[in-house]
Write a protein that binds this ligand. Structure first.
Ligand SMILES: [Zn+2]
Length: 457
């Protein structure tokens, strides 16, 4: 295998003030502010008039500075087969499972270099779209027949190197994958995903944690793939490992009706209840999809402080079903977003799809307005949706990003408020306009850890 160029670029920013027209802080859109960045973090948000003379200021006229979006659920390698899995003419009864078969076949072709190239492409596209962090749910681990590469973490390292190369912040969610279905052997094309036992999985986690120590933008989390792929006793093991190391834990849950039916038939309870009974739910836990919840599931997630990662463009693309966003929010479950299989990479579209699906379901408007009024006493749809794209995703990944405040990581996006989609919108409604009308076209400059990674300098 020829080694690709995998040099790590710079480390963290030097001291600098960013001076846009407006800043989206935790209080809303505010004018006349400047944001001071040093050593990768925001160290101060101050009135621009108070910036001391002589200090370095980057002026950003016509820009609204917002926290970078957090893509909490990604399978980078799946972007590589968009043509084969999306656009090719298929049978009339195409569905999630036939898509999965095609995706498995395509995945057989990838080696570590191919995964690295795929991740470079998809992470670059994410940055240009305004995502500054990705939760990479990584399960392509071994050679096609299931044997390890020379190093157990070789595939993971290819993804870590890609994140470092393009300078996107990443939580590598290492996947545990054991069975082809509940109580079923792996299919041949699933063998390269699998860990032979929990000790091998723990060794993989140890290896990527060691590697991440030398990649300042990379941290590690745990990811039992699903109830289909992980037996109950190992769900308990992974919960214990996550608690011991204080790591985020992400898991596909209740994405498909047949997955829920199989789980109820095998265990007498839903996938969410199964995860809860295994001690897996906590405030470090994120359920990915949760499209087919049973009664009581939302309450179980809420009681644990767990979150749900919605992947609306993928769920629509695969025909998964509707996320019950209104019910989850009513139960007190925070939502975040992911672009999952990458049929589309657009945080704005993901956010408005969550709201618009609720409108279509309920035949009403402004469904996800939240319960906390802003300073003017109004419930705000835009703030609620943008929090899903930023702060809630950061919390799901255990990161101190997703907000513009002193101490947070300096992951920032400059929005062109003169873009035709936003032109003429007052500060009061810019959050709504961004969530409902925004697009990657509005993203002009992007910083990760205070270092500019996209746009004119
Ligand atoms: Zn997924």
């Amino acid at each position: 295998m020829s080694a690709p160029v995998r040099a790590t670029t710079g480390v963290f920013s030097t001291f600098m003030w960013l001076r846009p027209d407006a800043v989206l802080t935790e209080s809303g859109v505010e004018r006349g502010l400047a944001v001071c960045v040093q050593a990768g973090r925001i160290i101060e948000v101050a009135l621009a008039a108070l910036v001391p003379d002589g200090e370095p200021v980057r002026r950003l006229p016509g820009r609204l500075l917002i926290p970078g979006f957090v893509n909490a659920h990604s399978h980078a390698f799946q972007r590589e087969f968009r043509a084969e899995t999306e656009f090719r003419q298929v049978d009339q009864d195409d569905n999630f499972w036939t898509w999965r078969d095609r995706m498995y076949r395509s995945a057989q072709k990838l080696d570590p270099d191919g995964v690295h190239r795929a991740a470079l492409r998809v992470f670059s596209e994410m940055l240009a779209a305004g995502f500054t962090t990705v939760g990479e749910f990584h399960y392509l681990h071994h050679r096609p027949a299931g044997q390890s590469y020379a190093a157990i973490e070789e595939m993971s390292q290819a993804v870590i190197d890609a994140a470092a190369n393009v300078r996107i912040r990443m939580v590598l969610l290492e996947v545990l994958y054991c069975t082809g279905g509940i109580g079923q052997a792996l299919r041949p094309e699933q063998r390269r995903f699998a860990s032979s036992d929990f000790d091998r999985y723990r060794a993989l986690v140890d290896a990527v944690q060691r590697s991440a120590r030398s990649s300042p933008l990379v941290t590690v989390g745990l990811a039992p793939h699903s109830v289909r792929a992980v037996p109950r006793d190992l769900l308990r093991e992974i919960g214990l490992l996550g608690a011991e190391r204080n790591l985020p834990v992400h898991m596909h849950l209740s994405e498909q009706i047949s997955e829920v039916d199989d789980c109820v038939a095998a265990y007498g309870q839903s996938p969410v209840a199964t995860a809860a009974a295994a001690g897996l739910l906590s405030d470090r836990f994120t359920a990915v999809h949760a499209t087919h919840l049973r009664d009581g599931d939302a309450e179980l997630l809420a009681e644990a402080g767990a979150r749900v990662c919605a992947c609306p463009s993928t769920e629509a693309n695969l025909g998964d079903g509707f996320l019950p966003a209104r019910e989850l929010r009513a139960a007190g479950v925070d939502l975040c977003i992911g672009s999952d299989s990458h049929a589309l990479i657009d945080p704005f579209a993901e956010l408005r799809m969550i709201e618009y699906r609720e409108r279509l379901r309920s035949r009403s408007r402004n469904v996800l307005v939240g319960e906390t009024p802003d300073r003017a006493g109004r419930l705000r749809l835009g703030a609620e949706l943008l929090a899903m794209g930023t702060a809630h995703g950061a919390a799901a990944l255990g990161l101190d990003t997703g907000a513009i405040r002193a101490g947070a990581l300096a992951d920032l996006v400059a929005i062109d408020v003169e873009d035709p989609a936003l032109q003429g919108v007052s500060s009061e409604f810019l959050q709504e306009a961004l969530a409902l009308c925004g697009s990657p076209r509005c993203v002009k400059e992007v910083w990760v850890g205070g270092v500019q990674v996209h746009g004119p300098r």
